[in-house]
Design a protein around this ligand. Structure first.
Ligand code: ARG
Length: 601
């Protein structure tokens, strides 16, 4: 918000500024028109300005010199300010202005990227602080694949925003305050009457304990009544009840943390219970604004476009998921002073969030204009399906536990790595120790799960297939879009060779060397590198991680094209390597591959 400074890395934005100047100059007496610049990558140009088509109908008949779209395009082109970025420009189609970027300018900017560091190309978003509410499993229940999607997508969004210098509060909005605690606590009291005896081992498998409590709740009326009473006593703050509740939460928390550690995801818990004390005053404020009405004994907020209202106080006077979300939103905006609140859940919760956000707009907490801040966004994702096309379940129709899934990814990858190990041995590659094999299986196994989730549009359902995501060849193919013949290890080793054979200190070279893009494929790779900032910006603005995955996918493709076409020239400049240094490079390439894979998630 305070960051109005220009984004140096965004080529599209820089060209838009030039076209903006040209349009103003061409039509000084017309209302301001937003410049429309898109990347084009055709043989006519690298970028295209499409404004003539929109402007012409608005000025038709007003100026003698503009009789058609093309004449408008010509004028915009004529008035384009001089810039070192642009090599040439021309008119294409009905009146597009095509721009070819200057090779020198591309080369100089790649050098800047290299010397100043990729961080200096982070997009400048107009956001200061964001809350990303993700993962958010429910206490005493097992984390399932839906929570995996939320965790992976949420973490990726948080990382992209952090890279873009936004302060991110990574919030785990765990379900720790529902009515389920009544039955859990009562069942526990029956089993272990003395509070002092409660501990992890006494409770045993929390998931099984949850099931057993639920069964009693559904079948035994007297137990149900006691459980309902227990909720009231817990929420009223009775020490014995709170103590047990905290213990149950602790056990779950430890299990969740194991998953987060394995996935390398950081989260800060502020569960539903945290917002409970804020609910009464938030509802009171909304009531004072005239938003809350009586409806069939409950208190509700009506939202335009929905046939049912948002219930904020239940008939029995209790609060619910919506009351908690309203209080949490209020807290995030007022206490945490966030500009952008992002919620990552399955698309099934879309209506809930639409209603909560609309209520917040009616209360003027959020900007009415969706593109202005403060704003809230729901990042929905599709279902996880099994290979049979149905909801992903175990053979006995249970939800798939996340830990089992990670274990399987790891063990399958370990098997694959051992096969690779045998192959390496035959061509004299360095052998991995057992510890390294273990590490490789975890890194690649978990990264493959993350990548499979991130690479397609999050809104679509996604089919979970170990076979596809963990087959080494396919993993490499998906990640790098190289044929199995050419892997990133190979490419990276080649890059190391080039650097090695240049016989120059790479740090020195960064400062003193110059970049010359004299082959079309080399230029294409260079231009794609410079589009990095645009890709991150688009991915952040639309909250769509697959945009960044596409960018990386294409980057590897541009590199492959460049390498295949310029191999000879590169090799001419290099000498034959000795075997030792080749081995070392393979080692380095291994590490780098994992960093690449991991940094995506
Ligand atoms: N606990 C919920 C679930 O498992 C997700 C919570 C999402 N966040 C929120 N603020 N409602 O579906």
């Amino acid at each position: 918000m305070d960051n109005e400074e220009e984004n140096i890395g965004n080529i599209k934005q820089q060209l838009a500024n030039l076209f903006d100047a040209s349009i103003r100059e061409t039509f000084p007496n017309e209302p301001v028109t937003e410049p429309l610049v898109v990347a084009s990558s055709t043989r006519h140009g690298d970028y295209q300005c499409n404004n003539a088509m929109g402007i012409f109908p608005k000025i038709r008949g007003k100026y003698v010199e503009y009789q058609n779209v093309a004449s408008v395009g010509q004028a915009i082109l004529r008035n384009l300010p001089e810039s070192e970025m642009i090599e040439s420009s021309s008119i294409g189609g009905p009146g597009f202005v095509n721009v070819v970027l200057s090779n020198n300018w591309i080369a100089e900017n790649i050098k800047k990227m290299l010397v100043d560091g990729i961080e200096t190309w982070a997009p400048r978003l107009h956001v200061r602080k964001a809350v990303v509410d993700f993962s958010s499993p429910n206490i005493a229940k097992e984390m399932h694949v839906g929570h995996l999607r939320s965790t992976v997508i949420g973490d990726c969004i948080a990382r992209m925003l952090e890279f873009s210098n936004v302060e991110v509060l990574r919030r785990n909005h765990v379900g720790d305050w529902g009515t389920q605690f009544g039955m859990l606590i009562e069942n526990l009291f029956d089993k272990i009457p003395s509070v002092e005896d409660f501990n992890e081992t006494a409770i045993g498998d929390l998931q099984a304990f949850y099931k057993e409590s639920k069964q009693r709740f559904d079948e035994d009326l007297a137990f149900k009544a006691r459980a309902q009473q227990a909720v009231v006593r817990l929420q009223g703050g009775e020490p014995k009840y709170r103590q047990v509740w905290m213990q149950i939460c602790d056990i779950s928390r430890k299990e969740f943390d194991k998953v987060y550690n394995r996935l390398g995801v950081e989260l800060e818990e502020k569960g539903e219970s945290f917002y409970n004390p804020y609910i009464p005053r938030v509802i009171e404020a909304l009531t004072n604004q005239g938003l809350v009405e009586e409806n069939k004994g409950a208190r509700v907020i009506w939202i335009e476009g929905f046939s049912t209202p948002l219930i904020v106080v239940k008939k029995d006077g209790g609060y619910n998921y919506a009351s908690t979300d309203l209080a949490a939103l209020w807290y995030r905006l007022n206490e945490e002073q966030a500009d952008w609140i992002i919620y990552v859940t399955d698309v099934g919760q879309q209506e809930h969030f639409d209603k909560v956000f609309s209520a917040a707009k009616r209360a003027s907490w959020l900007s009415a204009d969706n593109s202005a801040y403060p704003k809230a966004s729901h990042v929905g994702f599709g279902l996880v399906l099994g290979e049979d096309g149905k909801r992903f379940r175990t053979r006995s129709s249970e939800v798939v536990r996340l830990v089992d899934l990670l274990d399987e990814a790891k063990s399958r990858m370990l098997k694959e790595s051992k096969v690779t190990q045998t192959n390496r041995a035959t061509y004299g590659g360095m052998l991995w120790t057992d510890e390294e094999l273990e590490q490789i299986s975890e890194l690649v196994g978990y990264a493959a799960i993350k990548y499979a989730d991130l690479k397609s549009n999050r809104l679509t359902n996604y089919t979970f297939s170990f076979q596809q995501m963990l087959n080494t060849k396919i993993v490499l193919f998906c990640l790098l879009q190289f044929t199995s013949r050419v892997t990133l290890l190979y490419v990276h080793a080649r890059i190391c060779t080039m650097i090695d054979k240049s016989e120059q200190n790479i740090q020195e070279l960064k400062k003193t060397g110059s970049i010359v893009l004299d082959h079309a494929k080399e230029r294409a790779l260079g231009l794609h590198l410079l589009r990095f900032s645009e890709a991150v910006e688009e991915s952040c603005s639309n909250l769509m991680p697959h945009t960044l995955c596409d960018y990386l996918f294409n980057l590897s493709e541009y590199f492959r094209n460049f390498y295949d076409n310029c191999k000879q020239r590169i090799e001419e400049r290099t000498l034959t390597m000795n075997r030792r240094s080749r081995r070392r490079q393979i080692e380095e390439a291994d590490n780098n591959e994992f960093q690449f894979v991991i940094s995506l998630g």
